[in-house]
Design a protein around this ligand. Structure first.
Ligand code: ADP
Length: 266
């Protein structure tokens, strides 16, 4: 294009266009700008979030250095360095997952996915955390179901829901993972008896980096990205995710995904 403008933009000015087409082109540009703004925002947020653990690790390394004579203190600081670096690697991992999900081809090679396998792996991922709080994770519902898509993504989504259910529940409670299906869809629900979510926050929890109680999150090691990953996985698979919650009583997250259509072979 002559003026370094996108070709589409030039066409909009030289071609004899109906007003509807002009409007569509303007909307297209507006959408592009919005996408660009969201991306800039994301990068700014990621950089900010990375600074916290990196800064903490640096300070702790200095503290270890200064406390060389005091083995007890060295041990304490080293322990905290471990916690912070775990948090850092979880954050990096989730940022990678999320940017792949937001890319051009989030579902590269869709395959039949066993919902039983997904749940088994997802539950396993939280087993240690659940054990240490004496939380039992119970599974139930329909078995043998299949969806069509990415096993890795669906597993990550369900694992995030189970991990949240465990981290936002008190000790000695139960987390239930249950499945049901109709002709078109599979529903995977994760039910907890935990702290719940205040009604005024419920619309925001799927936003990137949004946390109901950031102070609490530092201790649980949350990143604020888990639910936005779940939301994107639902979207790339043509499904959705919904939440019901009563503060102080618990939450239910339901991931709905299109059921694999065996006749159509997909
Ligand atoms: P995080 O890494 O902080 O858990 P998420 O994106 O997974 O980030 O969740 C966003 C916020 O939603 C959490 O910080 C928490 O406040 C709230 N939340 C998510 N799941 C639950 C749950 N099962 N019970 C109560 N609150 C929850």
């Amino acid at each position: 294009s002559r003026h370094g403008l996108p070709a589409r933009h030039v066409t909009a000015r030289v071609a004899p266009l109906g007003s509807r087409l002009v409007l569509a082109l303007v909307e297209d540009r507006t959408r592009e700008r919005r996408v660009e703004a969201v991306r800039r925002d994301f990068v700014a947020n990621v950089s900010h979030e990375l600074k916290t653990p990196v800064g903490a690790i640096r300070l702790l390394a200095e503290a270890v250095n200064d406390a060389a004579e005091d083995p007890e203190a060295v041990k304490r600081f080293a322990g905290r360095m471990l916690t912070e670096s775990d948090r850092l690697s979880r954050l990096v991992q989730q940022v990678i997952e999320l940017s792949r999900l937001q890319g051009d081809d989030p579902l590269e090679a869709p395959m039949p996915v066993s919902v039983d396998d997904v749940i088994a792996v997802a539950v396993d991922t939280s087993a240690i955390d659940a054990d240490s709080k004496r939380i039992s994770i119970v599974t139930g519902g329909v078995t043998g179901l299949e969806v069509f898509g990415s096993e890795e993504q669906v597993t990550a989504a369900v694992a995030n829901l189970v991990a949240n259910a465990v981290s936002y529940s008190d000790s000695d409670s139960t987390v239930l993972v249950t499945t049901k299906a109709d002709e078109g869809n599979v529903e995977i629900s994760v039910v907890d008896q935990g702290i719940g979510i205040p009604e005024r926050e419920i619309d925001r929890i799927f936003e990137r980096f949004y946390r109901v109680d950031p102070a609490r999150h530092r201790s649980t090691g949350g990143t604020g990205l888990g639910l936005s990953i779940v939301k994107h996985v639902a979207a790339t698979h043509g499904g959705d995710v919904r939440v019901w919650s009563v503060e102080g009583q618990g939450s239910t997250f339901t991931l709905t995904l299109p059921r694999r259509n065996q006749e159509a072979g997909r």
